[in-house]
Design a protein around this ligand. Sequence first.
Ligand SMILES: [Fe+2]
Ligand SMILES: [Fe+2]
Length: 292
Amino acid sequence: MPDSAAKAGNPLKLFHLSDIHFGLPDPTALSWVEQCIESEAPDVVAITGDLTMRARHREFDAACRWIRSLPVPVTMEIGNHDMPYFNLIERFVDPYRRFRGIKALLEREIILDGMAIVPLKTTARAQWRLNWSKGWITRPALRKTLDAIDALPAGTGVIVTAHHPLVEAGTDGTALTHRGGLALRELARRNVLAVLSGHVHDPFDLIEQTDEGPVRMIGAGTLSKRLRSSPPSFNEVSISDGVVSVRARNLADVATADMQIDDIPEDAMPPRRPGEPIAPIHAVPPVDPPVH
Ligand SMILES: [Fe+2]
Ligand SMILES: [Fe+2]
């Protein structure tokens, strides 16, 4: 259901947050982001999934409380960590039940002045492979996104939000987001300004070439303690006259170019080993903090 928010003038300021992972958030980073949102009042906050660690009720309670307290319009995606993990019946029958009071913010389209944020779901209740943490775009999910884009007035600038990066490795064994390549080509045909995503816990800002033209892919880092090669961060995305600019803001004062990885890991999982894409600051921790 589209949400219309009247907005006069340019540029549009969007805060792109991802992978907060309530259950293991970074409290310092989170309260800093909260202050930034309060004092700078972005037009929209887009959260590209992985709100929780294990989709536990207490994690969702904390996530719902935090998100409801934000004084600006919010849209968010479901991440692979947000599907019921221990309760398979609920996962299949009612996977969004735990979002409770913020269900209305989930996968919602936001229309601003000459701009639209259109969600694309990249998670599925089940997949025909063992690792369900990877991206999976169903045909109905892609159709829904494309129909929403096609229904917009001509000339609308479109930003697509998804949890998993859409890069497709092109082989069965290492395919990351299933149908990601098809989705990218369809988005390229529609000239979307950018696809925002999360999941790999490091920021990036890349151009992916497709048969239908290039697509800008922008990733946000994490606000959790599950760090990869960059400190906790969020993206400030500014859109002015169809030009998108990105700043990977962080408390460590690392420059945006040094925060961003220059490639997306083949299996769209966070970089963990040497040889995988690493931001210039090389900060991959040897082990993740324990999750209780
Ligand atoms: Fe994540
Ligand atoms: Fe994820």
